[in-house]
Design a protein around this ligand. Structure first.
Ligand code: NDP
Length: 253
C-alpha cells in the first residue's frame, strides 16, 4: 500500500523535534505539505531548513506559538490557515510533563500540563472544524500509554492524556457525519528529549527493557507511520480509536 497525501496540508504541533518531527518527515515523504509548530523559534527554523533540504519538493512552513496560551489560539490558527492553508490534517502532538508526586504538585504546574496537553487540543480542534466548513479532515491526537496506565510522579500528565482519549472519542462521534475522522495514537516508551532523563535512569531503563514485550524503547519513527496511515484515505472508516503503538506493553501489564 503506497500512501499518498498529495494536495494535503498538515499542521503538526510540537514538531521541532521528537515524535512531531518524525511525523512531519514521513508526511513530507508521502507528498503532503507541512506546517511546523513549537515555542522555540530558532529551533523551529533550524528544523524547517533541514526538512526543506531533505524534501526539496515539499512545502515546509513554520508557525511558532505557545499553545498553552489557549485564548490566543483562534487568532493564531486563523493566521496560519490564511497564510499556509487550508489545512486538511491536524496532528495534536505538542505535549509536556511535570514529574512530581500527587501530594506535592502545585496547581499552577498541574494546570500548565493540562492546558498544553488537553485544553489547547480542544480549542485547535474547534478552529479546525470551523475552517473545514464541512469539507473532510483528519485529526490525530498524540495520547500516551499513560492515558491508561498509572506511574508514580506523573499525575498531571496521566490525567491530561486520559482526558485526551475521551476528548478524541467525543469529537469523533460528534463530527462523524461532517467527514472528520478523529483518532489518537498512544505511544509507549519512546526515546526523545521528553524521556531522556528516564532513559538515563538505570532503574527505569531496566524496567522498560524487562517489561516491554519487545524489550526496547521505541523511537519516533516507530510512531509516525501510524499517523501517516490515519491521515490518509486508507483510514476513512476509522474514527474514535486509540491506537497503542507500544511494543506490546498495554497487552501485557
Ligand atoms: P519532545 O519533548 O521531544 O517534543 C515536544 C515538542 O512539543 C517540541 O517540539 C516542543 O518544542 C513542543 N512543545 C512543548 N510545549 C509546547 C507548547 N506549549 N506550544 C507549542 N509547542 C510545544 O516530546 P516527544 O516527541 O516525546 O512527545 C511528543 C508527544 O508524544 C507528546 O504529546 C507526548 O506526551 C507524547 N508521548 C511521548 C512519549 C515518549 O515516550 N516520548 C510516550 C507517549 C506519548 P518547544 O519546547 O520548543 O515548544
Amino acid at each position: 500500500m503506497q500512501i499518498d497525501l498529495s494536495n494535503k496540508t498538515a499542521l503538526i504541533t510540537g514538531s521541532s523535534k521528537g515524535i512531531g518531527l518524525s511525523i512531519a518527515s514521513k508526511m513530507l515523504k508521502a507528498n503532503a505539505d507541512v506546517i511546523l509548530n513549537s515555542r522555540n523559534n530558532d529551533e523551529l527554523s533550524e528544523t524547517a531548513n533541514t526538512l526543506r533540504e531533505n524534501f526539496p519538493e515539499g512545502k515546509v512552513n513554520s508557525a511558532p506559538f505557545d499553545l498553552s496560551e489557549t485564548k490566543d489560539i483562534p487568532n493564531w490558527f486563523e493566521q496560519v490557515s490564511n497564510n499556509y492553508g487550508p489545512i486538511q490534517i491536524l496532528v495534536n502532538n505538542a505535549g509536556i510533563t511535570h514529574r512530581e508526586t500527587a501530594k506535592d504538585i502545585k496547581q499552577e504546574d498541574f494546570n500548565r500540563v493540562l492546558k498544553t496537553n488537553l485544553n489547547a487540543v480542544l480549542v485547535i480542534c474547534q478552529e479546525f472544524f470551523l475552517q473545514l466548513q464541512n469539507r473532510p479532515g483528519k485529526i490525530i491526537n498524540i495520547s500516551s500509554l499513560i492515558s491508561n496506565l498509572a506511574r508514580e510522579t506523573n499525575v498531571a500528565y496521566a490525567a491530561s492524556k486520559g482526558a485526551l482519549n475521551q476528548l478524541t472519542r467525543t469529537l469523533a462521534i460528534e463530527w462523524a457525519t461532517n467527514g472528520i475522522n478523529v483518532n489518537a495514537i498512544a505511544p509507549g516508551f519512546i526515546h526523545t528529549d521528553l524521556t531522556e532523563s528516564l532513559v538515563n535512569d538505570e532503574k527505569f531503563n531496566h524496567w522498560v527493557k524487562t517489561r516491554v514485550p519487545m524489550s526496547r524503547w521505541g523511537n519516533p519513527d516507530d510512531i509516525s507511520s501510524t499517523a501517516v496511515f490515519l491521515a490518509s484515505s486508507e483510514a476513512d472508516y476509522i474514527t474514535g480509536q486509540i491506537i497503542y503503538v507500544d511494543g506490546g506493553t498495554i497487552a501485557t501489564i
